[in-house]
Design a protein around this ligand. Structure first.
Ligand code: FES
Ligand code: FES
Length: 124
């Protein structure tokens, strides 16, 4: 029921590590009780030049988080903010209907990380 791309990204998630010196961090979900995702970004001249994530969720969520980092890396902040769940699902060659919502964790965490970065820029 899962595409080979989903299985590949679940078995070998890309960019799955905690970034200690991120420019922006986004957390989605409740770490104490359920599915959650953290995204870390480093930004250089408005481009996401490094990105990593940590996730606690089902296989589809792990694969989606991984694909989110792959798609966001090298994009401008503006382009990355426009990434949608459907972009992730398409890049994964589809997700089963019941698992489509799991692709939201990574995208939402990425948006939160970008907003965190922008807020920090405003402060400095
Ligand atoms: Fe924490 Fe439901 S969100 S128990
Ligand atoms: Fe909760 Fe997929 S992340 S079912």
């Amino acid at each position: 029921m899962y595409s080979n791309t989903v299985i590949d990204h679940f078995m070998s998630p890309r960019n799955a590590w905690q970034m200690p010196d991120a420019d922006g961090i986004g957390t989605i979900g409740e770490p104490d009780c359920g599915d959650h995702c953290m995204m870390f970004i480093k930004v250089r001249e408005e481009i996401i030049h490094e990105i990593s994530f940590l996730i606690f969720g089902c296989g589809a969520a792990v694969a989606s988080g991984s694909m989110t980092t792959v798609l966001a890396k090298g994009k401008s902040i503006k382009e990355a903010l426009e990434l949608t769940e459907q972009d992730i699902i398409n890049a994964l060659d589809g997700l089963p209907e019941a698992k489509q919502h799991c692709s939201n964790l990574g995208v939402a965490a990425l948006q939160a990380a970008i907003k965190d970065y922008l807020a920090k820029q405003g402060e400095s």
